[in-house]
Design a protein. Structure first.
Length: 265
């Protein structure tokens, strides 16, 4: 409880001017500490990010928790985790309790065989880079934030997904943030329905000019029909016209005209 109060104070008055911080980065290495940070951030409606490396040292994850908008650290049961993410998070701390924690097994007594210790520094550096990049995207407001990004070094697998909050979460602050988020969404929808576009009229329009569409036509190659998923062409080569066929057609026309002149003589 004392640790939770400590994190609450950090969220409220943790920046250089003694005001609320914009983002909390979790750098702890156990489930209990993550749960403490999760409780404090839910109470203060504080966005926070965390990361972790699995026990086999060849996979990891990065997460962003936004109270009320995304799943908190302890909101979803382990059985609801998709099969794709089980490849990454089966043995590591993520936004759902790992198997050892859900089974009430102490993390301190856990031992595993086949751990690739040589890959641990590299995997930790990769995960740390993803965490910092995700934090920069949030603070500098560019790109798209990843709410749940996995990494598996054995097969170079990078799953990306967003977990929605659970309405029956045991954390009362998480439920409170969910209700607040719903109210904001409903208010935005109501304001959007009330807005009506004003038609632009010109007093002098002698030629009857009308603007039908001002949208720019982009390249026809989309990201799905291009070289691969998430990749698109930055430049499209112009379509080459078949000049040879045009020359043949012109020659045929000239020949027919010459024959017509000869018949008329």
């Amino acid at each position: 409880m004392e640790q939770s109060i400590f994190y609450v104070i950090i969220c409220r008055k943790g920046n250089l001017t003694g005001e609320k911080v914009e983002l909390v980065l979790s750098c702890v290495d156990n489930f209990e500490a993550r749960m403490t940070i999760n409780t404090a951030c839910n109470e203060e409606n504080q966005i926070w990010m965390e990361s972790g490396v699995s026990e086999n040292a060849v996979s990891g994850h990065v997460q962003c928790m936004r109270p009320g908008y995304s799943a908190c650290f302890a909101v979803i049961s382990f059985t609801l985790l998709s099969k794709i993410f089980q490849r990454i998070f089966l043995d590591e701390c993520s936004c759902v309790p790992p198997l050892v924690v859900a089974s009430n097994i102490s993390e301190r007594t856990l031992k595993r065989e086949g751990v690739c210790a040589a890959s641990l520094p590299t995997t930790m550096a990769v995960i740390a880079g993803f965490l910092v990049q995700n934090a920069l995207k949030f603070l500098l407001n560019f790109g798209e934030i990843s709410y749940c990004l996995g990494y598996n070094a054995l097969c170079d697998f990078f799953p990306r997904h967003q977990m929605l909050p659970n309405p029956s979460c045991e954390d009362r602050f998480c439920q409170q943030r969910q209700e607040e988020c719903k109210q904001v969404v409903n208010e935005n929808e109501t304001k959007g329905n009330e807005k009506t576009e004003d038609e632009i009229t010109h007093e002098d329009n002698n030629w009857g000019i009308e603007v039908l569409d001002e949208s720019l036509t982009g390249p026809t190659s989309g990201c799905c029909s291009g070289p691969g998923e998430g990749i698109q062409f930055a430049y499209e080569a112009p379509i080459k016209e078949d000049t040879e066929s045009k020359e043949q057609i012109s020659e045929v026309k000239n020949l027919s005209a010459l024959m017509a002149e000869l018949k008329s003589l």
